[in-house]
Ligand binder design. Structure first.
Ligand SMILES: [Zn+2]
Length: 277
């Protein structure tokens, strides 16, 4: 397997580089971009792409690995990177136990990403300076953004106006929700991010989004609209599956393959009762 695409955001010593890997290319949700600023990596990529990731990382000096949340596409290779580069990854406190003890993943996710490896981490502090004593030194602020996952934490670089967004963006229009996602928290977390002074968003699935703030604002607006429309249709007497059909089209292969862990119904069900406008 090879690198599918490389990325660069040019900004002198604070340039950001990325590379996309993935076993399948069925859209952005089956591939993953690992980003690097100086000697710091953001997220570790899926385990079934290790041979490619190792090849890219081997010649690089890396002394810091920041993990945004425990999901296996983000954390899968943290153990291997920690050994390869002799470092202890940082992870959000709420994800550290899962990362240390391991956790089960559904078969479809095992096929797409491989199984995550257990890894010992250190707690990601609220603020830290990465690439210390180098021209690419940068302050990183950890912003807790629960909703997609309890431990999801975005990484904000105020001086560069960068936001490493974990899985907070991915797309302007959500069509699916995982069974364990919380839409009310997700919307609240979007509001927290929009209040930050950032410009460039680095999404490990979508890529580099230069008008990142606007993209998150559009995502929030689209989600609120979906909630409003769901509730209007509910008021006319439609039930959940009728509203799914009306607003998002019928459930597709993803719902069946994931045994409805990832489905349109999960999204509409929470949209029907959302009340934090
Ligand atoms: Zn995730």
């Amino acid at each position: 397997m090879t690198v599918r695409k490389t990325y660069e955001y040019e900004n002198g010593p604070h340039s950001v580089y990325g590379f996309r890997t993935g076993r399948f290319d069925f859209g952005i949700n089956t591939t993953f971009i690992i980003y690097r600023i100086g000697e710091t990596l953001i997220d570790a990529g899926p385990t079934n792409q290790w041979s490619t990731i190792k090849r890219v990382l081997k010649p690089l000096t890396i002394n810091t690995l920041l993990i945004t949340h425990h999901h296996e596409d983000h954390s899968g290779n943290a153990n291997r990177i920690s050994k390869l580069k002799k470092l202890t990854p940082y992870a959000p406190k709420l994800g550290q136990e899962k990362l240390a003890k391991g956790y089960p993943t559904p078969l479809i996710q095992k096929i797409i990403w491989g199984s995550p490896l257990k890894v010992q981490t250190q707690t990601l502090p609220t603020e830290l300076v990465v690439n210390e004593n180098s021209p690419s030194a940068a302050k990183v602020v950890a912003i807790p953004t629960p909703g997609h996952a309890k431990d999801l934490t975005c990484l904000f670089l105020p001086e560069q106006k960068y936001l490493f967004s974990g899985d907070m963006y991915i797309s302007k229009s959500l069509k699916y929700l995982r069974a364990d996602e919380n839409l009310t928290q997700l919307i609240e977390s979007l509001r927290v991010l929009i209040a930050l002074d950032f410009e460039i968003l680095f999404c490990p699935h979508r890529g580099i989004v230069k008008e990142g703030k606007q993209a998150l604002e559009e995502k929030l607006e689209n989600l609120l609209n979906l909630c409003r429309q769901s509730q209007q249709l509910m008021a006319t007497g439609l039930d959940e599956s009728q509203i799914v059909n009306e607003l998002l089209g019928p459930e597709d292969g993803l719902a069946k393959l994931s045994k409805f862990n990832i489905s349109k119904g999960n999204l509409i069900r929470q949209a029907m009762t959302f009340n934090q406008y």
